[in-house]
Design a protein around this ligand. Sequence first.
Ligand code: NAD
Ligand code: UFG
Length: 339
Amino acid sequence: MKILVTGGAGFIGSHTCVELVNRGYEVVIIDNFVNSSKRSLDRICEITGVMPILYEADVRDESVLSEIFGEHEIDCVIHFAGLKAVGESVAMPLRYYENNLGSTIALCNAMKRNSVKKLIFSSSATVYASGAEPPFSEGSPTGGCTNPYGWTKYFGEQIIRDAARAEGDWSVALLRYFNPVGAHKSGLIGEDPQGIPNNLMPFICQVASGRREKLNIFGNDYPTPDGTGVRDYIHVVDLALGHVAAIDYLSKNVGESVFNLGTGKGYSVLEMVKTFERVNDIKIPYEIVGRRPGDLAVSFTNTDRSAGVLGWKATLGLDDMCRDAWNWQKKNPNGYSGL
Ligand code: NAD
Ligand code: UFG
């Protein structure tokens, strides 16, 4: 079976490509490297022994999509390609809507033209309404997003749902990720943020490596046990395996399905720092500063549907996430650009 992976050179895409090749799938990637490096493909090859087929192009380019669907018999598409920086999306909303929604529309058009009927979409826990009560289940209220990035996920889901309903025989999975962290255990692929990291784990890693002096903890006055924000961190390899499970699910089910992908456990920022320090034996200096606008106090998932219907469960814990994230950072202090 051949899988088209948009954004396959990125953080989650590269880990998913490894698990797809391990499963015996043929992988075709389309990526324009707007937020990734071609070197991640060499690393996928180093891990699996197989170099994925690459189309270096923008997903919005429908002529390239036609070329891909003409040259390969694609069974299923996994759509990772998208811009994902929340702050940047507030400053450049049109760039986000254009890229994230334009790519989704172009992809659905090309699938329709070429009778490709299976699609997995990278959505996010950010689509849950800020008034929703954790743990979030797939039926929890959505909308009321606090930034344009979140809206692109919300509208992206809706566009795909409507396209699938109009076709009638499409099988689509909308996967809402919680907080992906960690790296492949080889330390060959991992998260490679450009500039100052927005997210907690890459920031901790750069403090550990001495690239940044200390971590700023955004608020310790939330209604949580230690006052810091609580999130459902999920190891990126578990997340990648969630996509493999979704391919199996789509081969047996027509229509659209939503699944939350998380562990179902919430950890605070301070618990994260303490675990990282213990597992890797490194001190992480930090300072408590004010809350970051738009942050929720608590976010974690109910896992009933992903376990019961999708048949998938995360198996790696916080120790694995902290160990593997640091292993990648240590081996690649400047990410792929240092190679
Ligand atoms: P990433 O930036 O590492 O990967 C995205 C990839 O898509 C990159 O390789 C980038 O070059 C490519 N890309 C972007 N726009 C493109 C376009 N128009 N044409 C071709 N390629 C394009 O991000 P990631 O963390 O791997 O995230 C993958 C997906 O998962 C994204 O859609 C993201 O919004 C979603 N997601 C991520 C998180 C997270 O915390 N990492 C959480 C929820 C959802
Ligand atoms: N945090 C800090 N200091 C930092 C970075 C983060 O204290 O330097 C705290 C945040 O306040 C939050 C927690 O660490 O309490 C996690 O923050 P992240 O930025 O790592 O993750 P978020 O939950 O804010 O957001 C992430 C992605 C979004 C996605 C969301 C849900 O960045 O794109 O998960 O999937 F929408």
